[in-house]
Design a protein around this ligand. Structure first.
Ligand SMILES: Nc1ncnc2c1ncn2[C@@H]1O[C@H](COP(=O)(O)OP(=O)(O)OP(=O)(O)O)[C@@H](O)[C@H]1O
Ligand code: SF4
Ligand SMILES: [Mg+2]
Length: 342
């Protein structure tokens, strides 16, 4: 295989392989009868994920993380590119083709309350996937398995007969996680799955995910705003900015020696960094317009390193010696000084 600039998973078999993935949202035109406007939410994303591995996806709000997750799950149409799961192409697969895979690929959605059926009790919500996806499990065993899974995510039996509206945001998040995990998926996609949890429960959930990975070899794609969670949970991290990959590599390398100016800005935005220090990593420019054709680097308006070439040439993603992929004209193989660990 030719070198695509994509950091290689450390070892083991690749379960998910994404190439040149593009997803566009159709926006309503401002004027009647004008043609629809296409927003490039995911633009030429590439990565591999192997069994037992965790890939973190980070980026500011609107960078396309949830759109990417929905495309991987087959609920968001793909404009171009390929998503191969266990050697099979997922793009263009019909509902029948997805049926078998629903058990293997599960997702925890970003909106914990909205993703749970308000008319169902918690015990039914968690047991329901077993009924549809695991016919080998006897109906009499489903309730017990659902209760066990809820206990694993730290929810007691007193919640079993409640409805989602009677739970806190953090409890709903854990119900969503239990519902996804109860069928023992091979690939779990988590979209901000621990954001509503306090630090103690969050640490327990991360520990549970790691334990399940060690037991089952589950692969995890973990979308989060929290770089601390990335540091604790993930093997590799992909940094997105308005649909495109800015940097992608091993967590310990990217978070301690960020190369891309946007990764440096993300790290500098962590609490504890002074305003003056932050200003050296981020200019106060506008967010890019991803409805117009791409002509240069998306980060130009906010990048303190930008020069006259940046708005005129789209940077290629190139791989550095340590395996990190970076999309910036001016990042070379020299090591950047560390900013701070997340
Ligand atoms: N159904 C939709 N129709 C039109 N535009 C959409 C739709 N869903 C998302 N978008 C737009 O696509 C872009 C990416 O959205 P997305 O929800 O994927 O971002 P995100 O990285 O998950 O953000 P957040 O961190 O806030 O959850 C945004 O500009 C958003 O406004
Ligand atoms: S290509 Fe230019 S604008 Fe983009 S990150 Fe690099 S220096 Fe900044
Ligand atoms: Mg999102």
């Amino acid at each position: 295989m030719t070198d695509t600039g994509i950091p290689r998973p450390r070892s083991g078999s690749v379960l998910l392989s994404v190439r040149q993935l593009k997803v566009q949202h159709r926006l309503r035109p401002r004027l009647p009868f004008a043609p629809p406007v296409l927003l490039r939410a995911v633009d030429e994303i590439n990565f591999d994920l192997r069994a037992g591995e965790t890939l973190g996806v980070v980026g500011e709000s609107g960078s396309g993380k949830s759109t990417l997750a929905r495309a991987l799950l087959g609920v968001q149409p793909v404009a171009a590119g390929s998503i191969r799961y266990d050697g099979q192409e997922l793009v263009g697969r019909d509902a029948r083709g997805w049926r078998r895979l629903r058990r293997e690929i599960q997702m925890v959605f970003q909106d914990p309350q909205g993703s749970l059926d308000p008319r169902m009790r918690i015990r039914e919500i968690v047991a329901e996937p077993l009924e549809f996806l695991c016919p080998e499990i006897a109906p009499s065993a489903r309730a017990g398995r659902a209760a066990d899974m809820l206990a694993c995510v730290g929810l007691g039996p007193e919640l079993l007969d409640r409805y989602p509206a009677e739970l806190s945001g953090g409890q709903c998040q854990r119900v969503g996680l239990a519902r996804a995990l109860v069928v023992k998926p091979r690939l779990l996609i988590c979209d901000e799955a621990v954001s509503a949890l306090d630090v103690v429960v969050q640490a327990e959930i991360l520990q549970l995910l790691r334990a399940l990975q060690a037991q089952t070899g589950m692969a995890l794609l973990f979308i989060t705003h929290d770089l601390g969670v990335v540091r604790r949970l993930c093997d590799r991290v992909l940094v997105m900015y308005f649909g495109r990959t800015m940097e992608h590599g091993e967590v310990r390398t990217v978070l301690t020696h960020p190369r891309h100016p946007y990764t440096k800005a993300l790290l500098a935005s962590l609490p504890g960094t002074g305003a003056t220090e932050r200003a050296t990593f981020l200019r106060g420019g506008e967010a890019p317009d991803v409805t117009v054709p791409l002509t240069g680097c998306l980060f130009t308006a906010r990048c303190p390193m930008a020069d006259e070439q940046c708005p005129r040439r789209v940077p290629h993603t190139h791989r550095l010696r340590d395996g990190t992929a970076v999309a910036c004209h001016y990042v070379s193989d020299s090591w950047a000084p560390p900013i701070r660990a997340a």
